[in-house]
Design a protein around this ligand. Structure first.
Ligand SMILES: Cc1ncc(COP(=O)(O)O)c(C=O)c1O
Length: 438
């Protein structure tokens, strides 16, 4: 049975990278081993393991950054709280695309949402002494749990698969009623499943956050990328759905990486609600020397982590947001390609014996976007992950993401349309060799 990639090369490189079980391989482990297999075999993989934006960044951002560098931004330390134009455009952006009022003061640039999350966990986990645990509504972005492990902070999680819609309330409340949960985190649209919480679900989360005095960290890494509705028009609904409509206890994390294809510049916005920004927590004082939430975040946590965020990049993001706010730059249109690719790629998988793992949003079929999840009958996620390597297809196991389901996360961003023919051929070969007769 000849497979598209020489199995000996795959096995040797897995051993060289000390990957004994695929369920233990992180995203970066898979990236490394596939790089090595590609080099040795001379074959290009269909790479679906990592969410690297595969599109060009917005020109308006690059031009503004160049100008900022010409104007001397490189030699000056940026203010910790961020440059004024970015804070102001960020606040307008949230009004225009979410219909939420949030003052410029609460908009803080961070070195990607990665740093935003780290800083948020640090603050949220230390506000109240008995509340020392972060709750993940999984599946989720694996490295956020690693961040908590690095900080020696506690977390709990559950897979939302069986708890969509009304069922979310009791499940969530069972965690919150214990009294140890400081904050809740989820991404919406979701990495890895691309599920999107609907208004009822966000209302449940927001109302329970109020009832149990818990801070919600809403990770909007894929802002406005639920392409089922047009969220691209400034000041015109429908808007990016948000828990901010139901609680004041929230932090939004808006990444520039995917929506603006700006991952390399490492900038995101941590957006703290007006009420939370000014709220004082006695418990913050002994740890950070200050008790106001917003002040602690900026002048203790962001200060000590990185002394702010790259100066010129702040000008780049400010220019992109301004252009989007003024209706001159439709950032959603630029990334719709991901949804179109997903639609075609999902069909190729489904036509070749695969199933979708997370297939709907309560009563709606799932949107097509940056990720989708797949399984193959009779195979565990790790088995499937490894077998697909012999066919030149790489992805990550869902167990990495806190999912209780067997399957893989497939990311469409690095798979250009010119690779679809290869993908189809490889999937056909895989199905021919692996399907079990009924
Ligand atoms: C859900 C989620 N949160 C955060 C991030 C990190 O974003 P950034 O590149 O802004 O650090 C990602 C990136 O893949 C993500 O998927």
């Amino acid at each position: 049975m000849k497979t598209p990639i020489n199995p000996e090369i795959v096995d040797t490189k897995l051993a060289a990278c000390e990957i004994k079980k695929m369920e233990d391989a992180t995203i970066r482990d898979v990236v490394r081993v596939v790089n090595m297999i590609e080099e040795e075999s001379g074959e290009k993989f269909i790479r679906m393991e990592m969410g690297i934006p595969g599109l060009k960044p917005a020109k308006v951002g690059i031009e503004a950054e160049k100008q900022a560098l010409e104007d001397g931004a490189a030699s000056a330390y940026p203010m910790l709280e961020g440059i004024k134009p970015l804070k102001e455009e960020g606040s307008k952006f949230i009004k225009n695309f979410m219909n939420i009022d949030l003052s410029a003061e609460g908009i803080i640039p961070t070195v990607g949402s990665m740093q935003g999350g780290y800083a948020a966990f640090m603050a949220v986990g230390n506000c109240t002494s008995e509340k020392d645990t972060i709750l993940f509504i999984d599946p989720g972005f694996p490295v956020q749990k690693t961040q908590l492990e690095v900080m020696n902070q506690k977390y709990e999680s559950f897979d939302v698969f069986n708890y969509r819609g009304d069922k979310l309330k009791d499940k969530l409340e069972a965690f919150l009623a214990k009294g140890n949960i400081a904050g809740i985190i989820y991404s919406n649209p979701n990495n890895p499943a691309w599920i999107c919480f609907n208004e009822d679900e966000l209302k449940i989360i927001g109302e329970l956050a109020n009832k149990y005095n818990v801070i919600v960290m809403e990770d909007l890494a894929y802002f406005a990328m639920d392409f089922r509705s047009d969220l691209s028009q400034p000041g015109v609904g429908p808007y990016q759905p948000s828990v901010a409509n139901y609680t004041d206890n929230y932090i939004l994390m808006i990444s520039s990486s995917k929506a603006f294809s700006y991952a390399g510049q490492r900038i995101g916005l941590l957006c703290i609600s007006d009420k939370l920004f000014h709220r004082r927590y006695d418990n913050l004082k002994p740890r950070f020397g200050a008790d106001e939430f917003g002040y602690t975040m900026i002048y203790r946590i962001i200060y000590t982590l990185s002394s702010g965020t790259s100066h010129s990049t702040q000008y780049g993001l400010a220019a992109m947001l301004k252009s989007a706010n003024e209706g001159n730059f439709n950032f959603v249109e630029d990334v719709k390609e991901y949804g179109e690719r997903a639609k075609i790629m999902k069909k190729l998988f489904l036509d070749n014996g695969f199933d979708l793992v997370y297939g709907n949003d309560v009563n709606l079929p799932l949107a097509d976007g940056f990720y989708f999840t797949i399984s193959y009958p009779g195979m565990t996620g790790p088995d499937l992950n490894k077998k697909l390597l012999y066919y030149g297809i790489s992805a990550i196991c869902l167990n990495e993401t806190g999912s209780m389901k067997e399957g893989l996360r497939a990311c469409v961003s690095q798979v250009g349309r010119d690779r679809f023919e290869d993908l189809e051929y490889r999937l056909k070969e895989f199905h021919k060799h692996n399907h079990v007769m009924a």
